[in-house]
Design a protein. Sequence first.
Length: 174
Amino acid sequence: MKQPIWQEAASFAARRHLHQVRKDGRTPYVAHPFRVAMTVRDLFGESDPEILCAALLHDLIEDTPTDYDTIRNKFGTRVADLVVALTKDMRLPEELREPAYDRQLADAEWGAKLIKLADVFDNLCDTALPSLRSKALDKAKRALDLAGDDPRLATAAAKVRTLILACHADSADA
């Protein structure tokens, strides 16, 4: 019996991110894309299998030797296009990279923006250090700007806004 495509993506992501860890130096990196996919499905309410696949694979091109063609051949063009939309062009100088990435996401389909909102949501939840929290808050606000008023992103945007407010409240209490 053939596995659902998102299960294949979970297995593929686990293999490709093997031996990578999060910034804390302990947590397996693959925990992040798994949480992003769960956020998309369970918190934001989106069950489209291709969006869930792309959520699981969203960091592969940027952080592993995996390329667009590999993802397209294994998971289809839409999944590969979503992943590419979520991939920064590391060939650009740093000062040009983020603005180019924002333009790329602005032009992307709504599914990429939904995954980006889940990505920044997870990074905010996972960031304890104040120096990293500030950067994560900035990225979350930029993702909200990119989401705009798209009704398909309303639930996700509301959850990210609530988390941003909670982070600001935590900072004020500290």
